[in-house]
Design a protein around this ligand. Structure first.
Ligand SMILES: [Zn+2]
Length: 148
């Protein structure tokens, strides 16, 4: 997962490798995002954020983060952390001898359901952006109750 290191200068774990060609395309697509709440386009990734996955902060107050499906539970955790919520949605990592099917190890629908519940309990709304690549998603959260 070396493109994260190019974007953020840090890599926590290695889940395989990408060719150089794929890497440059991914960089371009992941450096900017479109807000799932207000539709603002071209939001630049918050490079100052010291997190493993990219963070986008929209002027409308929404915060987004995203990754490939195998990492979305960790993206959920990170988003909760950014929002100051201590709950977590990730499941323990289970080693596998089948590198190509790691994304089957957890249920992304369950993660998204958990995120919806947790964020609702904290006065936030949860939305998901489905990207062109079906293996990539962005998670968005926005505080809808400012007194929460
Ligand atoms: Zn927005």
């Amino acid at each position: 997962m070396s493109f994260w290191s190019r974007l953020f200068g840090t890599v926590k774990h290695d889940k395989g490798s990408l060719s150089d060609q794929t890497e440059s395309n991914v960089d371009a697509e992941w450096s900017r995002a479109e807000c799932e709440f207000c539709g603002q386009q071209g939001i630049e990734c918050d490079q100052a954020a010291r997190y493993l996955y990219p963070i986008w902060k929209c002027s409308c107050g929404a915060i987004g983060s995203g990754a490939w499906l195998p990492d979305l539970d960790e993206v959920g955790d990170q988003l909760l952390d950014v929002l100051g919520i201590t709950a977590r949605v990730s499941e323990p990592c289970v080693p596998t001898d089948h590198p190509g099917i790691t994304m089957q190890r957890y249920d992304v629908d369950k993660v998204e359901h958990s995120m919806t519940e947790i964020l609702r309990n904290h006065g936030c709304e949860f939305r998901v952006t489905l990207k062109k690549n079906p293996n990539e998603r962005l998670f968005w959260a926005k505080r809808i109750n400012t007194s929460a």
